[in-house]
Design a protein around this ligand. Structure first.
Ligand SMILES: NC(=O)c1ccc[n+]([C@@H]2O[C@H](COP(=O)([O-])OP(=O)(O)OC[C@H]3O[C@@H](n4cnc5c(N)ncnc54)[C@H](OP(=O)(O)O)[C@@H]3O)[C@@H](O)[C@H]2O)c1
Length: 289
């Protein structure tokens, strides 16, 4: 099995490399070797490398910045996946692609299923939705895995930012009315490796769109509280946390209040399920950097 992995230094890509390096011939392409904003480069590389499986862990992920740079967000999140899907289909190779809870508007009272109609509130969400639809329109074998609130020990994310701010400040205000499941990139990578193993051994479920996030739910405030508790357990002095509404923390891009994803379909079809968000946080914090 020869896997072409797009994205090198990203949170998810780094964890995928750890999980997949012993399972396959893994070709990792960062931006320096393949600029996904250049469709012709994508076509040339894929035709040259002829992978048996493509994994797109690259994306334009700067949610607020996307409001000012819609063309860049759409180039990476919509056009690049479309071209990858076309090239994968031409080779007869499946494509694994990741998407986001931000395709929804968050107005539903319960967790979102794959059948719920998307209605993104921001440019990033619209660009991710356009990418999903482009892959589906090509019609090749694919898995689109929507996740939420992704963090790891690398890159820019809520865990690392809050760990720093908790130790720099005396008080930290965190949004408490957005609900979702913080999901460790390591959990997504392990689940992806499991899906690939199932496919490779002929035990695969149906291709398509699935939700894949940690079990359980919390708010950003709840997530920050759990991070603070771990710092306190190490003897660190941390800021007092203050819960605030989203209206108290205005951002260029609006976020959904309900980011909860119902992941039962993936469990039913592929027997894959992620651990609880709190257990995964503890495991992430214990993992080697
Ligand atoms: N972060 C979240 O909270 C979240 C939530 C839900 C879903 N997701 C989805 O999960 C997936 C992985 O996200 P992540 O958090 O791992 O993202 P990330 O840490 O921001 O990494 C983004 C990756 O995209 C690559 N990239 C950016 N521009 C590129 C370009 N022009 N050409 C080639 N590569 C480029 C980067 O390449 P280099 O390695 O070369 O820097 C990097 O590897 C994405 O599809 C994202 O939409 C994320």
């Amino acid at each position: 099995m020869r896997i072409l992995l797009l994205g090198a230094q990203g949170q998810l890509s780094r964890e995928l490399q750890l999980c997949l390096q012993d399972q396959a011939e893994l070709i990792v392409m960062g931006r320096d070797r393949l600029d996904l904003a250049q469709p012709e480069q994508i076509r040339r590389r894929v035709r040259q490398l002829r992978p048996t499986l493509l994994i797109n862990a690259a994306a334009y992920t700067a949610v607020d910045q996307a409001e000012r740079e819609p063309e860049a967000a759409f180039a990476l999140n919509a056009t690049a996946p479309a071209v990858l899907a076309e090239e994968a289909a031409a080779l007869g190779a499946p494509l694994i692609h990741y998407s986001s809870d931000y395709v929804f508007d968050g107005r539903k009272a319960t967790p979102y299923s794959e059948d719920d109609p998307p209605n993104p509130l921001n440019v990033y969400g619209r660009s991710k939705l356009a990418g999903e639809r482009a892959i589906q329109a090509v019609g090749g074998a694919h898995l689109i895995l929507r996740s939420s609130w992704v963090y790891s020990l690398h890159g820019g994310n809520f865990l690392l930012t809050v760990q720093r701010l908790l130790q720099e400040r005396e008080e930290l205000a965190v949004v408490a009315d957005q609900i979702g499941a913080p999901t460790w990139a390591g959990s997504i990578a392990r689940a992806s490796a499991q899906l690939i193993q199932s496919w490779h051994s002929g035990q695969d479920g149906p291709w398509g769109l699935y939700h894949l996030c940690a079990q359980g739910e919390t708010s950003w405030f709840g997530f920050a509280s759990a991070i603070a508790e771990q710092l306190r357990a190490q003897g660190k002095v941390v800021a007092r946390l203050q819960p605030i509404p989203s209206s108290g923390y205005p951002t260029p891009a609006q976020r959904p209040l309900n980011s909860r994803l119902d992941c039962r379909r993936l469990r039913r079809d592929w027997q894959v399920q992620l651990p609880d968000w709190h257990a995964a946080l503890l495991e992430c914090l214990r993992s080697p950097r």
